[in-house]
Design a protein around this ligand. Structure first.
Ligand code: AMP
Length: 216
């Protein structure tokens, strides 16, 4: 199955994409994770992306499109995948259409995980991430706390709060999302691929709803 998950920052799309990838055996391709790893490794892409990410802005299309195209053109290109955090602009959606067509990979669905902005600000303020790039587990102080406060359950690395999870940055990211997402949703609605799912509530219940909606 080939999926795109679209949702405002904090709609839970990362968590849901991870669950879908584990349960449906899909390659989880999150551009945010790839970019954070590039920054950590101090690659040229990472150095270019960093100022945009810390300011809560989108990284320029050319950089992100190149990362995605390289993945799909590489020797370990995925056949079944869930794309998380990409595309985020109409230019990215068009670039992705071309790359997938070139690789003869059709999409099965584009899921829009909808959410309320105020709930999102509250949710993200409680989000803690494992900085270990081999792990990248995400916790939530209220909904999914680590067993030992401040430490990753999986690898025991001390958790941290991402710069782009700070309230002012969250509001900026939500504004950016709303400016771009209408055109993207229209793009996929026109292709009869769009499915809308409410992202409020319990993580497992939303996952069950997604699997049921995708009828797998
Ligand atoms: P995420 O982990 O998906 O919330 O992404 C974190 C940050 O990475 C975003 O706020 C952007 O700065 C950058 N980013 C991730 N994916 C993209 C993308 N498709 N286009 C532009 N910037 C992106």
């Amino acid at each position: 199955m080939r999926l795109i998950l679209i949702g405002p920052p904090g709609s839970g799309k990362g968590t849901q994409a991870k669950l879908l990838s584990e349960n449906l055996r899909l390659f989880h391709f999150a551009t945010g994770d790839v970019l954070r790893e590039a920054i950590e490794k101090d690659t040229s892409e990472g150095r270019k992306a960093k100022p945009f990410m810390t300011a809560g802005q989108l990284v320029p299309d050319a950089i992100v499109n190149e990362i995605v195209a390289a993945q799909f053109r590489g020797s370990d290109k995925p056949r079944d995948f869930v794309l998380d955090g990409y595309p985020r602009t109409i230019a990215q959606a068009i670039a992705l259409d071309h790359v997938l067509a070139e690789q003869s990979l059709g999409l099965d669905a584009v899921v829009f995980l909808n959410g309320d902005d105020e709930e999102i600000v509250r949710r993200l303020g409680n989000r803690w991430t494992c900085p270990n790039t081999m792990c990248n587990a995400v916790y939530h102080a209220l909904f999914k706390p680590a067993k030992v406060a401040g430490k990753c359950d999986l690898c025991q690395t001390p958790l941290y709060q991402r710069d782009d999870d700070k309230p002012a940055t969250i509001r900026k990211r939500l504004q950016v999302f709303h400016e771009c997402h209408d055109a993207i949703l229209r793009h996929y609605r026109d292709q009869n691929l769009l499915i809308e799912v409410c992202g409020s509530g319990d993580i497992e219940a939303i996952h069950a709803k997604l699997v049921n909606t995708l009828r797998v």
